[in-house]
Ligand binder design. Structure first.
Ligand code: MN
Length: 496
């Protein structure tokens, strides 16, 4: 996974020449202290770079231009310690292509009641300087995050943490390549969509390779590489007996390892950040990739089944956003309901491909028949997922726009063994409750494919949607169906 510390956000403070040198030196000094403190804070996962105070339209334009072309710069934090007349910002904001976070803070926490004088007031002006800046961004219809509070407050640092992670995910999409092996699952609607529009809007490209291209790479994998991987399987998972060396199905484990390595080399050679496959197009393959797809996801690649490139890309972005956090992110599918009125919940799973980054404990490595695809039994990792706060997210193509749909859920630790369901699985309760959560999801057109996250919040995805300039719809503890339907109607009217 990528190291977020290699990425930079630039701390840009606005002012003007009216104040004179002494005040401007103070502005520079204060903004350096704040930027340095952010950079040293473990809650902010990226590098924070202080930029000299901007005081003219030219300086503002130049720093925005520089940010656009700086490879490691993933966004700007802007703060108006003093008043920076905002017409000076129009030229720069018009060309700025990186996300912007407006930090509405003040260098001092408290008003020094006894000592406060006009000099103090002159310097500590963000209460009105930041309003001027807010106006021009709203006037220009620029979506951004606004964080309010003293810069040392935990809440402020937590929001900055969230925003920088969202910016890292957004940055990762720019120029990213995703490969589809085969096309969409025949006749399926929600996994399809406009890849040209997606590339314009999201910055990533999606292209197809015939399965034969992957099969060729798989067939070139060496026995030595397979043996090394088999050792890793043995070390990392509890292998079921029949898969062990000398036993009946060991050859299937060898084939699974060959498929995984073929996938890995194909993705590495093509510089891809994720992939899709489909059980309807496996010509020349012995098994549907099970453990291989699972382990590629665990290594940080985006994945979704049945040609679902939108979910594959979302899984990748969410893995980047969650980098270094406890818990994981996985491709997921709502599968079966427990409608018992006492304890309603959803069983989430997929035929095979759930990422072990969300596993509770050591996964078992098993082999069982698969009802579809007409290939040999696929090897897969089987595990449960522990309880706790989580969410499901889905990107759908509405025809005239993309919609990001998020449902807060509470994952539930399993209380029953599922001896006849040999796949990775998760139980969760949708918020605000089963009936409302599911009804809202269906009204919003959310897919049966999602990215399930243990370490991201709705706020990460709301910030991400602002950066992508797409619709974001949240189903949370506060959701009620009447308001939710109105929100969908109003959103429909806002994009025509
Ligand atoms: Mn599916």
């Amino acid at each position: 996974m990528i190291d977020l510390k290699n990425l930079e956000v630039w701390f840009v403070t606005g002012s003007q020449h009216l104040y004179g040198e002494e005040t401007l030196n103070k502005v520079a000094e204060h903004s350096q202290i704040i930027a340095k403190s952010f950079n040293n804070d473990s809650r902010i996962p990226v590098t924070v770079i202080w930029k000299p105070v901007v005081k003219t339209p030219e300086e503002i334009y130049n720093v925005c231009m520089e940010a656009n072309t700086a490879k490691n710069c993933i966004g700007i934090i802007a703060w108006m310690h003093t008043f920076s007349p905002a017409k000076m910002w129009i030229g720069g904001l018009k060309i700025l292509q990186k996300p912007l976070c407006h930090l509405h803070t003040q260098f001092n926490s408290d008003i020094p009641w006894k000592d406060i004088d006009m000099d103090f007031m002159n310097l500590n002006q963000s209460a009105h300087g930041d309003r001027e800046f807010g106006f021009i961004m709203t006037r220009m219809r620029i979506r951004r995050k606004v964080i309010v509070g003293f810069w040392q407050d935990t809440k402020v640092l937590e929001q900055l943490n969230v925003w920088t992670r969202a910016a890292a995910g957004w940055n990762d999409w720019q120029g990213a390549k995703f490969v589809r092996f085969g096309d969409n699952m025949r006749y399926v609607a929600v996994t399809d969509g406009d890849k040209v529009e997606a590339e314009m809007k999201f910055g990533y490209s999606v292209n197809t390779h015939g399965i034969g291209d992957l099969v060729k790479t798989i067939n070139e994998v060496t026995d030595a590489d397979i043996n090394t991987l088999l050792q890793e399987y043995e070390y990392s998972y509890a292998l079921t007996d029949i898969l062990k060396k000398g036993n009946e199905k060991h050859q299937s484990l060898i084939e699974a390892a060959r498929i995984e390595l073929g996938l890995k080399y194909f993705l590495q050679d093509g510089n891809y950040k994720g992939f899709t496959d489909t059980f309807e197009d496996l010509h020349g393959m012995t098994q549907l990739p099970g453990i291989g797809a699972q382990r590629m996801m665990a290594a940080g690649y985006g994945f979704a089944a049945e040609g679902d490139w939108k979910t594959a890309a979302l899984v990748r972005a969410m893995k980047v956003m969650g980098s270094g956090l406890k818990g994981g992110n996985s491709f997921m599918e709502d599968y079966t309901y427990h409608f018992n009125p006492e304890n309603q919940m959803v069983l989430g799973s997929h035929m095979l491909e759930i990422c072990p980054s969300i596993a509770h404990g050591k996964p078992t490595c098993e082999i069982h028949p698969l009802g579809i695809g007409g290939k040999a039994d696929p090897v897969r990792l089987v595990f449960n997922v522990s309880g706790g706060d989580a969410l499901n997210a889905s990107v759908i193509d509405m025809g005239n726009r993309f919609r990001l749909l998020v449902n807060d859920v509470e994952a539930v630790a399993p209380v029953h063994d599922l001896p006849k369901l040999p796949v990775a699985r998760v139980l969760w309760k949708p918020k605000p409750d089963m009936a409302t959560g599911c009804a809202a999801w269906i009204l919003a057109g959310g897919a049966h494919h999602t990215c399930f996250s243990q370490n991201l919040s709705a706020e990460h995805l709301e910030d991400f949607a602002d950066m992508a300039d797409i619709e974001c719809v949240l189903i949370s503890e506060q959701t009620n169906i009447r308001d939710f339907k109105n929100e969908l109607r109003w959103n429909d009217l806002s994009v025509r």
